[in-house]
Write a protein that binds this ligand. Structure first.
Ligand code: UTP
Length: 481
């Protein structure tokens, strides 16, 4: 091996790191330096180099300033202008969307870099078994949707998947093992999002190991920067893609490619074709989803934790929630808009959340598993792009048709509720095609378990074209179509 004389010695790079970290009050990161091997030292220095210390300092200063002062006023919040399901000219907008797909202008984009702490799944969330009978994974369901859409509308529809450094390798291995679900490996792109360090309550960077900073993915809003730095936006441009169909990894009911929504995004008068969103009416005032509102003539999403209880519970004269347009994290984005956001270099604003993060005790050097939230994680949210757009379309859809996320291990928004919703949607589509499905006379719930692949039908219209549907589905039947 030849020595690299052009590279400063480890010792001088260490000194440089100490000096820089001291300026920002973070030199404790190097507490265990003396006991590290040379490889571990290199590892730690590489992580220190990547730290956005100026940005962290700005954030920490802003929360310190915020701590003593009363809660920042939200300003004048009004209900969002929304486009209902009764939108006129549906066939016209759908035809526009179909043409966009056929012309190769649409890419799918899944954000799959989250940590799934609530679900507690040991692996990328996209690999979680999801369908009611065959237990296909979330990734497989989306892959089938995309394949079916390619066949139906004869468009290229590349698929971009944002991972995180924590699950990137496992995600790629999973796709390779499944032969990219017959999509063609050259049409599926993976890239990891950025990370930010977890901080103690007093703004100190936490360590996960003597040579490792405790890092967390920088939120789904990190997609803006990651799409740019990974070269994905440039690749889309080369491929002629100008519109991104964005969805989260946890919702198997999503219509990965929806021509009506794409057409509305592109041409509806309420849209500037920069970022459009789907919403469903909130289940209740306390449902934990963001809501679309308006402030200073701009549409925005307020996180549920930022919406004061009185505003969340306020009702209109017809008894419906005033701020009831719940965000389901499905968007259409123009590539040019994302390029512009990324070029401005500032990224989307960071939000703070208190979380439990295992970290090293700096005195004993032991790993502490906290019982209570001990750390501040910072994340950017994609919906903060909404108020940056000129006009932003907010389009209503039906929850039972498009939204059954898997967030929790049990209870609401769990695998069990999502499986039921998948089976119920299949039952409704079949009934619309004249199939008789056994339902409980007490609750109206479907009494069979039905799994319907997107490759069989992407919607009721396509299902109606099939000639091989059963005529009757009995209680307790298990049907895979
Ligand atoms: P959630 O907010 O549900 O977070 O993400 P999560 O990390 O999956 O789950 P918890 O909170 O740890 O239980 C919503 C969507 O955003 C993606 C997730 O993968 C999911 O599709 N996401 C979230 C990212 O891609 N990156 C992130 O940093 C955070």
């Amino acid at each position: 091996m030849t020595a690299d004389f052009s590279r400063p010695s480890l010792e001088s790079r260490y000194r440089e790191a100490v000096d820089r970290l001291e300026v920002f009050g973070q030199s404790h990161i190097l507490t265990f330096w003396d006991g590290l091997t040379e490889g571990q030292r290199e590892n730690l220095l590489a992580q220190c180099r990547e730290l956005p210390l100026e940005l962290l300092q700005r954030e920490i200063t802003s929360w310190r300033i915020g701590q003593g002062s009363p809660r920042k006023s939200l300003g004048e919040i009004e209900p969002a202008h929304v486009v209902g399901r009764d939108v006129q000219d549906r066939a016209h907008y759908r035809a526009i969307g179909e043409r966009m797909i056929r012309d190769g202008r649409v890419a799918c984009f899944t954000v799959a870099g989250g940590q799934s702490t609530r679900l507690g799944w040991n692996g990328p969330k996209g690999t979680f078994p999801t369908t009611p009978l065959l237990g296909k994974s979330l990734f497989e369901v989306f892959a089938e949707s995309i394949r079916a859409a390619r066949l139906r509308w004869r468009g290229a529809i590349p698929w971009y998947v944002m991972t995180s450094p924590l699950n990137h390798a496992a995600t790629e291995v999973y796709f390779r093992e499944h032969d990219w679900f017959q999509l063609g490996r050259e049409t599926v792109w993976f890239f990891p999002q950025g990370t930010l360090p977890s901080l103690s309550h007093d703004g100190k960077i936490l360590l996960a190991a003597p040579d490792a900073i405790a890092l967390n993915p920088d939120g789904h809003g990190g997609a803006v920067r990651a799409l740019a730095t990974s070269g994905s936006l440039a690749q889309m441009k080369r491929e002629g893609v100008d519109t991104i169909s964005y969805f989260q990894v946890d919702n198997p009911l999503v219509h990965a490619v929806d021509p009506l929504f794409l057409g509305l995004h592109m041409e509806h008068p309420e849209s500037s074709a920069e970022i459009s969103s789907k919403f469903v009416p909130k289940r209740s005032a306390s449902e934990k989803v963001g809501v679309f509102c308006r402030r200073n003539q701009r549409t925005l999403v307020l996180e549920y934790s930022d919406l004061p209880a009185d505003l969340a519970a306020a009702t209109r004269s017809d008894g419906e929630l005033l701020h009831g347009a719940g965000s389901i994290a499905i968007h259409a984005l123009s590539r040019a808009f994302v390029e512009q956001l990324a070029m401005e270099g500032r990224g989307l604003p960071l939000h703070r959340a208190l979380k439990k993060v295992p970290c090293l005790d700096l005195v004993s050097g032991l790993l502490v598993e906290p019982a209570q939230p001990n750390a501040v994680k910072m994340e950017a949210f994609i919906f903060d792009a909404v108020p940056i757009a000129g006009r932003s379309l907010v389009y209503e859809t039906r929850r039972e048709e498009e939204f059954a996320p898997i967030k929790n291990a049990d209870g609401e928004d769990s695998a069990a509720t999502s499986r039921t919703a998948q089976s119920e949607r299949a039952a409704r589509w079949l009934e619309s095609c004249g199939v008789s499905v056994a339902r409980s006379s007490a609750t109206g719930a479907c009494m069979a378990t039905i799994e319907l692949s997107p490759l069989t039908a992407l919607d009721e219209t396509e299902l109606a074209l099939r000639t091989d549907l059963p005529r009757v589905i009995a209680a307790d039947a298990e049907i895979v179509l």
